[in-house]
Ligand binder design. Structure first.
Ligand SMILES: [Zn+2]
Length: 381
């Protein structure tokens, strides 16, 4: 069978994604979900005039019964005709994902439940628990500063049982230069005093706590490491809350050098534009694996180039598939379609150069599409 046909049928594990919005979306709402920006572009411009916008027309239009490259107005009319639920179901089902690892720590108005999302996609759902959200939940219960550190340890311990992994958004809150060793109990206590006092003054309401204290984030991250599950780390680009250079995964080097023996795999998410740094870390530290979620969607037709740069140095057993689809089922669909396209372009090129055999190419695609994630998270086949 030609490689392209094999790739079209490759079962995928989407190791980082979020549920979708099932309410009807008008054009401005759709455009906003297609970009990492918090607001629309200048008048006269469109989010569809981007690599991601072209990719929606190329890859999502056929999933809704339109010709590839259908104009975006036709696409949105068709999406409305089908209804948001049916359009999402078609786009998700066509991803070919059999397992979805869902980050449940990010909520947004209109986002459906993880269970509903799995049902629409026809896939198994596994939960990934965001450590910062756990600290915020514990604080919102009214736990005092003296008890906060221990309560976070207890809560993360009990959440580990229902999760396939943890995730940290330290890149957003404090940057990735996390301390190599866990902060001591006294330091955690002082940080909790400081953070809770400031949160009460500024937030007024404990339910709105936002964890931005570097010591408490380090405490949560080191606690998660001690529990042995894979730890996903947001790295690289994201929305404008993030300061890009503080999300360079190479800032994690001191932590990676000092990982405790009980730590599970460290999973670098997104990585772009630091995918080469991430590939180096995966090369140098066997506990490190990575994905190109979010990145592949946004770079669109350049996905093959980004994947090829990643595979320059990353061991093939360290590269996982993820979409970071959030809100729009189009994003999950694009992540899957563009991975298949990128794998096809890279592997066909290597075959043409006689760099590997057709069997090697298929095996490598299977590892990146699903096998590596099954190993890292201990998922059944
Ligand atoms: Zn995400």
């Amino acid at each position: 069978m030609p490689l392209a046909d094999e790739l079209a049928g490759l079962p995928l594990v989407d190791q980082h994604c979020h549920p979708v919005v099932l309410d009807p979306l008008d054009r401005p709402a759709f455009e906003l979900l297609l970009t990492e920006a918090h607001e629309g572009g200048p008048a006269g411009t469109s989010a569809f005039d981007s690599a991601a916008g072209l990719a929606v027309r190329r890859w999502c239009a056929p999933a809704l019964g339109l010709v590839p490259h259908a104009p975006i107005d036709d696409y949105l009319v068709r999406r409305d005709e089908l209804g948001s639920v049916e359009a999402s179901r078609r786009l998700l089902a066509a991803c070919g994902a059999v397992d979805l690892l869902v980050d449940t720590g990010l909520s947004a108005p209109g986002l459906c439940s993880a269970a509903r999302f799995g049902e629409l996609a026809g896939a198994r759902v596994h939960e990934v628990t965001r450590v910062e959200a756990v600290v915020e939940e514990v604080a919102a219960r009214g736990v005092d500063a003296a008890r906060l550190g221990a309560a976070v340890v207890e809560e993360l311990g009990s959440r580990a049982a229902g999760s396939v992994g943890f995730k940290t958004v330290a890149a957003y809150r404090v940057g990735l230069d996390l301390p190599a060793t866990a902060p001591g109990a006294a330091e955690v206590r002082r940080a909790a005093d400081r953070w809770l006092a400031a949160a009460v003054v500024h937030g007024g309401e404990r339910a709105r706590f936002r964890l931005d204290d570097p010591v408490l984030i380090a405490h949560a991250v080191h606690t998660a490491l001690s529990l042995g599950l894979p730890l996903q780390v947001h790295t690289g680009f994201g929305d404008p809350d993030l300061t890009l250079h503080r999300a360079d995964p190479s800032l994690l080097t001191p932590l990676l050098r000092a990982l405790p023996p009980e730590a599970g795999p460290i999973v670098l998410l997104h990585c772009y534009p630091y995918h080469r740094q991430a590939a180096y870390l995966a090369h140098a530290f066997p506990q490190v694996v990575l994905d190109l979620s979010l990145a592949v969607n946004h770079v669109g037709v350049r996905g093959a180039a980004v994947l090829a740069e990643t595979l320059e140095l990353a061991p093939f057993g360290s590269v996982l598939h993820g979409t970071d689809g959030f809100g729009l089922a189009e994003l999950h669909h694009l992540g899957a379609a563009l991975l298949r396209q990128a794998l096809g372009t890279v592997l066909e090129g290597w075959l043409a150069e006689d760099a590997l055999t057709a069997d090697d190419a298929l095996r490598l695609a299977g590892m990146i599409g699903a096998g590596n994630a099954r190993r890292v998270y201990g998922l059944g086949g």
